[in-house]
Design a protein around this ligand. Sequence first.
Ligand code: SF4
Length: 235
Amino acid sequence: MPMVKISKYNIAFRLRENTYILYNTLYNSISKVDFELLEAMLKGNLEDIPQDIRSKLYNFGFLVDDELEELNIIKTMHNFEISKLYSAFRVGLTLTMTYACNLKCPYCYEGNLTQKADFLSKKDIDIILKFALNHQKYFPIKRNPSIDVSFYGGEPLLNWKCCKYTLESLEALKRKGEIEDYTAGFVTNGTLINMDVIDAINDFNIVSMQITLDGPKEIHDKRRITRTVKGHLTL
Ligand code: SF4
């Protein structure tokens, strides 16, 4: 083992009599230690610590190479995070297009909301996209964002008109260079997917269709009931 010193980023909490929690904020390591060990570390008496325990403390970052300048690690991590921000400035939007749904699953957490619900309008979408475009002003880095949209509900395809309007708007923003790029995805019960939706999958950057199923047909049909018919797979 190389020459070692105590990490500057160790902190200790008393758990109970003679038992302490040692936490290293730089390496995110945690360990339970007794007072004798903690005292040896605090006093810098590393030679009093048995070799096998010293190796473990070294492996988890509680002890570090004598030469190591730990602040440099933090500076490197900081620069890495900043470079990530530069390389991909993304804004994620989950759009609840409506709480309405054509199914009536008994476990639905949206309950009565699925029966009498509003729909997002084109005007709402304009406001939301404007917000996404302006979002960068809260960050130190000024560059056009990429926008990731997830269409959610209720059943989002009940408001297909507005989903399509959103996709067209994103495409137009990309063409005008106001956004770097966009992706879109749907969380849907799948019952309303038609040729228009399939064409859109080809025409726009729709990267996922998450279709919810409750297992094989016999089980699914008992649970995913429509408002008027028994199971939607039987339709
Ligand atoms: S499909 Fe989803 S939103 Fe619709 S009733 Fe079932 S759980 Fe609720």
